[in-house]
Design a protein around this ligand. Structure first.
Ligand SMILES: Cc1cc2nc3c(=O)[nH]c(=O)nc-3n(C[C@H](O)[C@H](O)[C@H](O)COP(=O)(O)OP(=O)(O)OC[C@H]3O[C@@H](n4cnc5c(N)ncnc54)[C@H](O)[C@@H]3O)c2cc1C
Length: 403
């Protein structure tokens, strides 16, 4: 682990998380992913209780809320360990989109919403989802939304169409981004509203099949219709018209969480690749690992994973010191860089496993299928690369003009 970003409490915590994930989750994760959600849930519930008893629950929460009050750089390193199993984040209540909704509601929700929804969410008694993206409009432009929320008397009336609402199946509520002020400036038109999923007019149309896998419960992405869906006026989260700026704040830390989770996936896939390379013999006594191409993949993967980790922890450290806004460009940089490292490492690991790599007999196919989205969600690669390039060019121009 990286000494530069290590702290006393991490020295004690990291081995505890590693031990739990490797002893409790590694033996079951492949089979749990093949179970239907109801069956998987029973097993996961027992593991969650155990995590709570050990005092390892939701480490990112402030201490007053029952968490460990970690910095972003500290939590990032735990997130990497959790990411080595597809069950890790869920078992410790650190999973997206709940973690983002928890952080958001913590800052912006009213006391009543906190008591009714945030506290049970933090305790793992309910799940939530986040509905921003719409099938008809480009999600890459976050201010381009058709879903509306109109204030009629004491109620908001919502109408719209959402999709890729992760984990909506079985969620108790959805934080919906909707246009509340159509005449306002593009960045002040939308607000966030908390919609309980049992509200009449909230319709889960389907779980979307991702490369042949619909999933279920937490492991799913839904299409949602909102038809004259009425919620109390007080279910607005934050101020009216602040939806866009709140979404931006939600995404900064979220990208650290995702990047560190991806590094965890890379580490497990890397280990699987090395194991296979050392045990698969092309001829008796001639393992795959003797081939230079395979050695190149091992060396390149090691270097890329380590580089990715340093970049993410450096960004997390900057967020801790100066806030998300100051680290905006670093956040964009790690988002596309680490997603690319993840794709390369997973692809090499699949290739080294040969035909076995594309079966569902190892975790590689689950990650290959479900993590392809890493280059798309939370802003596609192209958007982040454009932000980085523009910032570099702007700085150059400013320097040239000053000299
Ligand atoms: C696994 C997964 C989970 C998700 N979970 C959620 C969720 O919980 N809630 C939610 O609201 N949304 C969620 N999303 C949706 C996600 O946020 C959007 O897919 C994303 O914002 C991109 O929007 P889009 O799919 O409409 O693509 P589009 O905006 O149509 O873009 C398509 C492609 O165009 C290119 N492109 C876009 N902009 C530019 C540009 N400026 N320059 C050059 N090229 C560009 C990119 O290659 C991009 O992939 C999820 C998506 C995935 C894949």
């Amino acid at each position: 682990m990286i000494e530069l970003f290590s702290t006393e409490r991490l020295k004690s915590l990291l081995p505890q998380y590693k031990d739990f994930v490797e002893k409790e989750l590694f033996p079951i994760d492949l089979s749990v992913l093949k179970d239907d959600w109801q069956t998987a849930f029973i097993m996961l519930k027992a593991k969650r209780e155990k995590a709570k008893k050990l005092g390892l629950w939701a480490p990112y929460l402030p201490e007053v809320e029952g968490g460990l009050g970690l910095t972003m750089a500290e939590f990032g390193q735990i997130s990497e360990i959790l990411g080595t199993s597809p069950l890790g984040h869920y078992v410790f209540n650190c999973q997206a989109p709940d973690i983002g909704n928890i952080e958001l509601m913590h800052q912006f929700a009213s006391d009543t919403l906190k008591e009714r929804f945030l506290h049970p969410l933090m305790a793992g008694e309910m799940r939530s989802c986040f509905g921003m993206t719409e099938p008809e409009l480009a999600g890459s432009n976050p201010v381009h939304l058709a879903t509306t929320a109109e204030l009629v008397g004491e109620e908001w009336v919502l109408n719209g169409h959402k999709w890729f609402t992760t984990a909506a199946d079985g969620a108790a509520f959805c934080i919906v981004m909707a246009v509340t002020d159509p005449e306002a400036d593009a960045y002040q038109r939308a607000s966030m509203l908390l919609v309980p999923t049992d509200t009449p007019g909230f319709e889960l149309v389907r779980n979307i099949s991702i490369m042949g896998d619909e999933g279920g419960g937490y492991f799913s992405h839904a299409e949602i219709l909102l038809k004259d869906c009425r919620i109390p006026k007080s279910y607005l989260v934050g101020a009216q018209g602040d939806g866009f700026s709140m979404a931006q704040r939600r995404l900064g830390p979220g990208r650290i969480h995702h990047c560190m989770r991806w590094i965890g996936i890379c580490e497990r896939a890397f280990n699987m690749m090395c194991d296979r390379a050392q045990t698969r013999e092309l001829n008796p006594g001639k393992p795959l690992s003797g081939q230079q191409t395979i050695q190149n993949w091992i060396a390149e993967s090691r270097a890329e994973i380590d580089a990715a980790r340093y970049m993410v922890l450096h960004t997390a450290h900057k967020i801790d010191q100066e806030g998300s806004k100051a680290a905006k460009i670093e956040i964009s940089t790690i988002k596309f860089f680490v997603a690319d490292v993840l794709m390369k490492v997973l692809d090499r690991a699949v290739q080294v496993h040969g035909a076995l790599g594309i079966t569902d007999d190892t975790l590689l196919s689950f990650w290959y299928r479900h993590e392809r989205g890493a280059r798309i969600y939370d802003g596609p690669d192209e958007v982040h690369k454009s932000s980085l390039a523009k910032a570099i060019l702007k700085e150059r121009t400013a320097k040239q003009q000053a000299s």
